[in-house]
Design a protein around this ligand. Structure first.
Ligand code: HEM
Length: 467
């Protein structure tokens, strides 16, 4: 394993020259993915830049990612770009800090235990099958929109036992607005606070209100029933502070539910959207996926018990998250001086760890830009540096939903690929758009082909043991 060469005594890491007011912000804002890649190539594993008044450092080596996320994690808090989402996410799990975060995480953790999420598998498959009832051979669809609605319904049902079928279109549009607002703010020196009525802020405010109305309904229904259904929503509603005995305030409840709604569907939906893009462009990989599905499942839908044998499907998900990591960069802000790769990093510096760059680095992956799901066969994950591949982050702030997401993505992929082949339409332009998540800029326009040999009646009864 190559390790980072310490350059003791050098105060600031090398980096691109910047303009006096904006520093490197405009260059970065114009093409975030391309700029990060170029800087890594030109300046190495630790790159210093300036975004307006802010000093930022990009670390492009797994050892350094481990330093920030694990070994020295107590010297960091979440970064300013994530703090810009406070109006939306409030002080939920993703954005809160310290003791408060720790107690909220402890509270939510049981909903993500392995046995618990295994019980969600059936719902995930059932909802996918229900979606497929409206699909037909030869149809044109936007697979990104479909995946977004599906994963939103799944997160609402599994974590909050809520049916939000009628609201998914509204929620998806609101999410779209929020994601685009994030882009609009990247590259600008000053973002007016959310209460200033700029056209952008007004659009964002309307989108947040739409989402809040959906969540308020879900919470109010449960409060009214008073029922403890044993799901995450009940856990949050009934949780009491050990010392004060107080229950969670409405505001805190709203923040946690909003965070889980947002973090719990967009990421998985984008992963699936990218998987369809990649499979459409790699018919060999698609053929191997179909062969595995036919062999393992025959004419039944997948269940959690099939997962250990759906290895190629798992490889497709892993490889998609490598090539198009839906969380494409993680950031932290140093709250005290730290040493990274031999450099002294002052307090207040923002440190970015770009999955987009590290996952595509030839030092860790052969032919890194190629989509090769088979590279994950034979335990690649155990052989590579733990932080050469970190789609879910790491350390104490690792994604709480990582196993949920991997299981969900694999089951949805297998359920759909069992019945349909998705091909990008000839005019489909696929460009990665780095918002908070990495999404296909123009959706994923596909045409469906029903796979031969698959019974066409989507709601054909299934034997109970196969569920
Ligand atoms: C492919 C899908 C997903 C990806 C790539 C992903 C990625 C990530 C990453 C990288 C982080 C860490 C961010 C940081 O360190 O700053 C994170 C945190 C988080 N994720 Fe996910 N995530 C996914 C799915 C989910 C799902 C399904 C849920 C919930 C159902 C979820 C809920 C969360 C929450 C609550 C946090 C904050 C955890 C904490 O700080 O304690 N994520 N996610």
């Amino acid at each position: 394993m190559v390790s980072v060469v310490a350059q003791t005594g050098v105060e600031r890491p090398p980096g691109p020259p910047g303009k006096w007011l904006f520093g490197n912000l405009r260059e970065f804002g114009r093409d975030q993915l391309g700029t990060m890649t170029r800087w890594a190539r030109e300046y190495g594993d630790v790159v210093s830049a300036r975004f307006g008044p802010r000093h930022v450092v990009f670390v492009n080596h797994p050892d350094l990612v481990e330093e920030v996320l694990v070994n020295q994690n107590r010297k960091f808090i979440k970064h300013y770009r994530l703090r810009q989402t406070r109006r939306t996410l409030g002080h939920g799990l993703l954005t809160s800090e310290g003791e408060f975060w720790r107690s909220q995480r402890k509270l939510a953790q049981p909903a993500f235990h392995r046995e618990r999420i295994a019980a969600y598998a059936r719902l995930m498959v059932d909802y996918t099958e229900r979606m497929l009832e409206s699909w037909a051979d030869g149809q044109f669809r936007d697979a990104q929109v479909d995946m977004m609605r599906l994963t939103l319904e799944i997160v609402a049902k599994t974590l909050f036992d809520a049916e939000i079928g009628g609201d998914t279109a509204v929620a998806s549009l609101a999410m779209e607005t929020l994601m685009h607002s994030f882009i609009a703010r990247t590259g600008s020196l000053l973002s007016p606070p959310h209460w200033v009525p700029t056209p952008l802020n007004l659009r964002v405010e309307r989108a947040i209100r739409r989402l809040e109305r959906i969540l308020e309904r879900v919470i109010a229904e449960r409060r009214a029933s008073g029922e403890d259904r044993g799901d995450l929503l009940s856990m949050l509603l009934h949780a009491q502070d050990e010392e004060s005995g107080r229950q969670m305030s409405d505001k805190q409840l709203r923040d946690e539910v909003m965070t889980l709604f947002m973090a719990g569907h967009e990421t998985t939906a984008n992963t699936l959207a990218w998987a369809w893009v990649l499979l459409s462009g790699h018919p060999d990989a698609e053929a191997r996926l179909h062969a595995e599905i036919d062999q393992v499942l025959g004419d039944r839908v997948p269940s959690v018990a099939d997962l250990p044998r759906l290895k190629y499907a798992e490889g497709v998900v892993n490889e998609t998250l490598r090539v198009y990591p839906t969380v494409w960069v993680i950031g932290r802000e140093a709250i005290e001086p730290v040493e990274l790769g031999g450099y002294s990093i002052p307090a207040g510096t923002t440190v970015f760890m770009p999955q987009w760059v590290i996952h595509r680095d030839a030092r860790w992956f052969d032919d890194p830009k190629a989509f090769r799901p088979e590279r994950w066969e034979g335990g690649l994950l155990q052989r590579i540096h733990r932080y050469a591949y970190f789609p879910f982050g790491g350390g104490p702030r690792i994604c709480i939903g990582n196993n949920f997401a991997l299981m969900e993505a694999t089951l949805i992929l297998a359920t759909i690929a069992r019945k349909y082949r998705l091909r990008l339409t000839p005019d489909a332009a696929v460009t990665p758009l780095p918002t908070i998540t990495l999404r296909p800029a123009h959706g994923v326009k596909v045409v469906l082909t029903a796979r031969s040999g698959i019974p066409r009646a989507a709601n054909r009864p299934r034997p109970p043991e196969s569920r």
